[in-house]
Design a protein. Sequence first.
Lengths: 571, 337
Amino acid sequence: MKKTINILLSLAFALSLASTVEAKRGSDGQLNLLYWQAPSTMNPNLSGGTKELEAASVVLEPFARYDENGGLVPFLAEEIPTVANGGISKDLTTITWKIKKGIKWSDGSALTADDAVFTYGYCSNPDTGCTQANYWNDIKSVTAVNSTTVKVEFTVPKPFPYAPFVGYNAPILQKAQFDGCAGAKAQECTKQNFYPIGTGPFKVVDFKPNDVIVFEANPNYRDASKPAFSKLVFKGGGDAVSAARAVLETGEMDYAWNLQVEPEILVTMEKAGKGKVVSAFGTSVERLMVNFTNPDSSLGDDRSEYIGGNNNRNPHPFLSDYNVRRALSLAIDRQVLVDAGYGKAGKISCNVLPAPAIYASSANDECKTPNVAEANRLLDAAGWKRGSDGVRAKDGVRISILYQTSTNSVRQATQAFIKEMWKQIGVETELRNLSASVFFGGDIASPDTYQKFYTDIEMYTNNFSGTDPQTYMSNWTCKEMAQRSNKWGGGNMPRWCNPAYDALSAKLAVTSAMKARISLTKAMNDLLMQDYAMIPLIHRGSVSAHSNGISGVRMNPWDSELWNIADWARK
Amino acid sequence: MIHFIIRRILIAIPTLLVISFIIFAILDLAPNDPTGNLPMTVPAEVREKIRESLGLGQPMHVRFGKWMVQFFVNEPLNILQEGFGITIGDAENRTRILSWATRSPVVDLIIQRTPQTLWVVGLSYLFGILIAIPIGIISAYKQYSWFDQVGTFITMVGFSIPTFFTGMVAIIIFSVQLRWFPMIYDTTLEINSWENFVLQVKQMFMPVAVLALYNASQLSRFMRASILDNLNLDYVRTARAKGRSEKVVLLIHVLRNSLIPVVTLIALGIPTIFSGAIITEQIFRVNGLGQLLIIAIEGADIPLVQTLTFLFAVLIVVFNLIADVIYGILDPRIRYD
């Protein structure tokens, strides 16, 4: 009896083994991805946006990637360096990466530390015009200790040194291929930029700019059983609605990215039963920026300029009043905005930093439920009286807001809703929208950029990549205020200046213990929120769809959505 | 005639130079920025460096001069080199017009995309003509008959409903409901077997049909009007009086005379084939020139927009000339000298 059980068990074991061994490279045929914005290059260092980073991520790999929870996973590295395992020096100024054994480029040559050193040189060369240059900040040197060990030395202590060689923004290029392409020549290396050699699960076979990319499984990929697909077609172009339709209704495509579509349309399409809508929430928050300075055009060059050290001597006529800012936030019914414009792609947010979850504060949840009565009471108490036209005023100053954002149907709907909500508290709103390439364009000569902020309120989404909020949170320190002197280059659009905040920011930059970092960051978020320097509206997620026949999709807000494409398979 | 053509070509040169400058100036004045579409996480200093690496730091006249040299000297030389496999002069250091978004030569992008546009938009133009002429003839000959009424109705619908709407309707009916045709144009398809040819025909059907309807609607109205004008003229009465059959009167006498304005119209419309049907290409994801132009405009890819727009301007000037010449050949009463 025992023997038969043993035999049965071993049989079962053999069977289960067989089913795992069965997965073979290229056994599942072709995978079709649809990105409605078409990639224009395969070199992430010269890319215009996420679409290129995503495309490049199936070929080029970094030492480590983020998983869907924001945790670091070693890709080309043996392990994640930490202070505990000696990978990061005690003074937090160096990090040492060890390359996994036996990693090969798709052309068969070995990946060495020299490739990593070259990648740093390539992107940090000012003539390259590297779009990812901020991932290589504060680096003193990158050196190859030996052929498999790379040491990165920073000029300042880095409590979170995982920017270079981590994530889809900073993957490793092959030195042999890109050798002549650093600096000004980067623009002319078309062949290299279109057909980069990588270590990832796929290699580029055909690149048609702004249209389609054809990949084949990389024969030298480190896991002999992966990827499951022999061919990958990355089609670009068109619009988001028809991209959703191609996956959810006709089933022509297996995966569609970034479906910014009216929520009810997606729900209807999903009912066809061919695919699934998936979403992931990163750090994107749609927020209202409150102007603390006076944007009056009669001020000429001084409009929206912060004048005076710690005391704002050019204050906004009514937004400098705390009660007005708070009332504006209280009057907004954020759930309405989510339901109308975002659906699965949005959640109410009362924080400018809602993620990663460990950093999310719960101190500001007042905003979750709108309270028009309280808003009205605040304004009454502060002396803002309704005039005959229903608009509140005090000492001849009417609360009449000019509210700008970029042109986009969801944003215009949000604007219209908020205008109505503010009307209920006696606030008049004039709406304005500008083409995204102008609004976000940063042209110093244009008065309509979000940096110049020549209006009272403006709305857009901001976020940071990776999981460490230190740099992002330093955006709202006094020295970051966007103004004439720094050619509006700072990140502090509200022109909000608070020495207490600056002190927290400085402390965060030298603190490495995780617990302390979390409490400092939360305190910073709460300062911003409780002074209403910004009014957060919606925590925005990204929405994609995959067909029911594909397994292994783990939607990732912290890295490429295709970060684990090697594990995808057909069911 | 030869004199006339030479004179026109000589006039065309300064015209095109002025056009190229106007295009350049308009694009330069537009408040657009190639780094505008970058994620917000890219800081301002990095954006500034990117702009410099694209050559945006130089003054406008320098950039315009550079573009002129690249377009009129370097690119033609490059085409000669590629065509004959030879090296002319200092080929290594000759800069080509590079697109800002793809960092690849603009001319290569245009060459890559021209065939799709010619096939899809060109075929729809051809089918449009083939449909429009007989409809126009019958509608005019049997004016106010039921055929004319139905034809007028359909052409009015085809003419007034925009192609992005008919395109969407076609996708929903034929792709989503009936599953007859794919909604995504597979640009990697190579026609190397009978099966692939069928696939190619299938995927071209919807965009070609949508555009052909639009083109046919326009042309058939002109055709009808032109025939109506001629049917009442004296020479038609003479032909009938001579005892010519109605078939001969209509198809030999009337048709030849009425085609004169229509042929020039068709010639004038050919540049629009090259500029592509921007919206239709976008809807069906055909990687043609129209789609290239719209992506370039959205991404503020100025060199690409500049070059494409200028090429379209050249085509329009050239086909204007051709239309004039054809007019002269078809109608002996018109002489330019």
